[in-house]
Design a protein around this ligand. Sequence first.
Ligand SMILES: Cc1cc2nc3c(=O)[nH]c(=O)nc-3n(C[C@H](O)[C@H](O)[C@H](O)COP(=O)(O)OP(=O)(O)OC[C@H]3O[C@@H](n4cnc5c(N)ncnc54)[C@H](O)[C@@H]3O)c2cc1C
Length: 298
Amino acid sequence: MSVPAPAALRRSVALADYTTWRVGGPAQWFAEPESSAELQALLQWARAEGLAARVIGAGSNLLVSDAGLEGLTLCNRRLQGSRIEASSGLIEAEAGEPIPSLARRAARAGLSGLEWAVGIPGTVGGAAVMNAGAQGGCTAEVLESVTVIEPGRPEQPFTLSNSELAFAYRHSRLQQEELVVLSARFRLQAGHDPAEVSGRTSANLHSRTSSQPYQQPSCGSVFRNPEPHKAGQLIEGLGLKGLSIGGAQVSPIHANFIVNSGGATASEIDQLIALVQQRVQAAHGIRLHTEVKRLGTT
Ligand SMILES: Cc1cc2nc3c(=O)[nH]c(=O)nc-3n(C[C@H](O)[C@H](O)[C@H](O)COP(=O)(O)OP(=O)(O)OC[C@H]3O[C@@H](n4cnc5c(N)ncnc54)[C@H](O)[C@@H]3O)c2cc1C
């Protein structure tokens, strides 16, 4: 069956413009759908063309290869919209809604539970996939359910509840299965003083921006913490802050961040990741695993 090419489709779009590391080659096909219906139509087109399809959010946890990506890449960040019910604590949000602004609005409505999310520059969809978390809180604690589709059957959305998502530290079932998140429901604690919740939210942001390199392109923490250790402390302890390969540098401010100090490539970041892993393994016998998701081969 032939499906007409949606108007939103673009060819050969540099993905460096859609990742917070500012690296990544071209997407063969690319679009930023503005509604779930448009996203579903784009996936139908990809299926009819026999193309692989994937969805990204704000690109804040992605290492996209310099060679770029075949098939269709959909960026969800225009899929915005949310509804907050102050009395019950219910929040319904589209997948592209930025998590920091959702945290701010929830605080202003007197809802507590998302104060930790204000410094995470991702979308609702990305937060559900990654079980994003910070400062003692995480997505799994406040997410009730997600509405998803399979790329091969975009006409049939279905809901997965929290208990069906296999949440663990920076992990969910959504990382293993090809499911696209369209929207999410959160349940927060209602009835708090908006000024107090907003104050805690601002304090959380301040503590992060004063201890992490928010001024340079990065992907946040590169490595998962190998409990009971902290990846950043292991790396800093080996004197690796400032270590560079090309434009990729272990941040002098926070050792679990690799920043793009100017003109870095995905390959340079990948090489630096491998070098840090080797050094930590040699010194401590601990294998650091990446939190960042790779797309394509570097
Ligand atoms: C400065 C900085 C600080 C950070 N601090 C933290 C932190 O404290 N805690 C933390 O957990 N993370 C942190 N991160 C990492 C990142 O922001 C989170 O992992 C975030 O949840 C990723 O969301 P995103 O929308 O950018 O997803 P992306 O990076 O675009 O994608 C991540 C993964 O989710 C998939 N995905 C995204 N949207 C969808 C969707 N709608 N449906 C299906 N799959 C989807 C992608 O395919 C990919 O596999 C930080 C990043 C930066 C740059």
